[in-house]
Design a protein around this ligand. Structure first.
Ligand code: GDP
Ligand code: MG
Length: 440
């Protein structure tokens, strides 16, 4: 996320490092580079200009504290201004308190509306609420089907009426929800390639008929200033209640994230960070600024881990590890928990310093898949007693998982090494392996 912007900001700050004092001149020099970096990241011109002005004013006036490197002080000022630009505080989506609450999802075609609808439904389900996914698009049968497939995959109810207009469908969906104890109605509206009057009229009619608690605009973060313009048009006509930045995991350059709130005045409420339905984050201005500045995002990481890792189970695993009772069954559970957190690269990106240290390193996710396949081809007995896996068992496991005997050997070797390693830990009475997570 925002890799290139982060690098450029870092190189601008480097020039201030080790300077004894902050003179107006060296701040100005650094700020020129920061401004360039922002513009290259497709930040709105005016936004960048005001941003630099605010930073310069504060940085020049700041007394240099002896304990700090001047660059650190400037980074702090930039960070604080960036937090302001991003909205200062996280703004939550409307709570699901009514029966039903209504969220209307809008945006251009391909921006990620249907995906977000599914994510919101899954999130509601996790909160023990009953969502309803409404296909408010009668133009494209494929779009209706896509939502249906999504709904089925998370076992959520789906609503659609053949031959009706989107406003009629939405109105009927809310009525249906009232009678059927649905907590949250999610309206996945139709998109277009461009903002047009016909679409806006349709969306406005849906709004009038359903009185949504949230009108969320999905803006594709990869499109930079285009996303800002789209958000502005939607807001002018529809008065949206919040923006969701989608595809933040991709090559998003930062322009949309850094300009959209300032230009539209609408809060960014959520960030969509992947194609999987669990890839949804609350947008925290503070953490986002930290991430853009390459300081890592420890808080988000902690949250992600807490959400996806069962702490009790992790503690049990840790004990098993230390007693050398950890087997392939446990290993499989751990791998699956790791996988739930999303692509490893995106997790590592949140760890301070990892961004740089791991630059260009490709995480071998296929290797992990292979390990899982091999373990799944073992019988339960073998998983619990890996020592019994002899030559003929290895052959069977290899064939069953579509791997070579060599791969099976390698996995077993790593596994026994790990067991040995943790056994040594135990002998030295070392405790507190974080989360009990084995690393390969
Ligand atoms: N990488 C990534 N892809 C996304 C994200 N959200 C949506 N997509 C993908 O973008 C494409 C369009 O998404 P879709 O939800 O169908 O857009 P819609 O036309 O607005 O409903 C699909 O291939 C999605 O899988 C995201 O946050 N990250
Ligand atoms: Mg769609």
């Amino acid at each position: 996320m925002f890799g290139s912007l982060t690098d450029k900001l870092d190189s601008a700050f480097k020039k201030l490092r080790g300077k004894g004092i902050l003179s107006e001149k060296n701040i100005k020099d650094a700020m020129r580079e920061v401004r360039q970096a922002l513009l290259e990241a497709d930040v709105n011109y005016k936004v960048a200009k005001n941003f630099i002005k605010a930073v310069e004013e504060q940085a020049v006036g700041t007394e240099v504290l002896k304990a700090l490197d001047p660059s650190q002080q400037v980074i702090k000022v930039v960070h604080d201004e960036m937090v302001k630009l991003l909205g200062t505080k996280a703004v939550p989506v409307a709570p699901i308190t009514k029966t039903p609450s209504v969220y209307m999802i809008c945006g251009l075609q391909g921006s990620g509306k249907t995906t977000l609808s599914g994510k919101l439904a899954l999130d509601a389900k996790r909160k023990k609420k009953k969502p309803l996914l409404v296909a408010a698009d009668n133009n494209r049968p494929a779009a209706v089907k896509q939502l249906k497939v999504l709904a089925d995959s998370i076992q959520v109810e789906h609503f659609f009426l053949e031959g009706k207009t989107p406003p009629e469908i939405c109105y009927a969906a809310v009525k249906y929800a009232e009678k059927n104890f649905i907590d949250l109605v999610i309206l996945d509206t139709a998109g277009r390639l461009h903002v047009d009057d016909e679409l806006m009229a349709e969306l406005d009619e849906i709004k009038q008929k359903t009185k949504p608690d949230e009108i969320l605009l999905v803006a594709d973060a990869m499109t930079g200033q285009d996303a800002v313009n789209v958000a502005q048009s939607f807001n002018d006509l529809l008065h949206i209640t919040g923006v969701v930045l989608s595809k933040m995991d991709g090559d998003a350059r930062g322009g949309a994230a850094l300009s959209i709130r300032e230009v539209t005045g609408c809060p960014i409420k959520l960030a969509s960070t992947g194609e999987k339905l669990s890839d949804l984050e609350i947008f925290h201005p503070e953490r986002m600024a930290t991430r853009i500045l390459g300081m890592g995002d420890v808080l988000s990481l902690v949250e992600k881990v807490q959400e996806n890792i069962d702490i009790e189970q992790a503690t049990k695993m840790q004990e098993k590890l230390l007693k050398q009772k950890f087997d392939f069954e446990d290993f499989l559970t751990q791998m699956e928990q790791l996988k739930k957190m999303g692509p490893l690269e995106s997790i590592l990106g949140m760890i301070p310093g990892a961004n740089k240290a791991l630059k260009g390193v490709k995480i071998d996710e296929r290797g992990m898949e292979r390990m899982v396949a091999i373990i799944k081809s073992m019988t339960t007995y073998e998983r619990q007693n890996p020592k019994v896996i002899d030559g003929s068992r290895k052959k069977r496991i290899a064939a069953g998982s579509g791997n070579t005997v060599q791969s099976v050997n390698q996995l077993l070797k790593q596994f026994f090494q790990m067991q040995k390693m943790f056994g040594n830990f135990n002998k030295k009475k070392m405790r507190g392996i974080p989360g009990g997570m084995p690393r390969f």
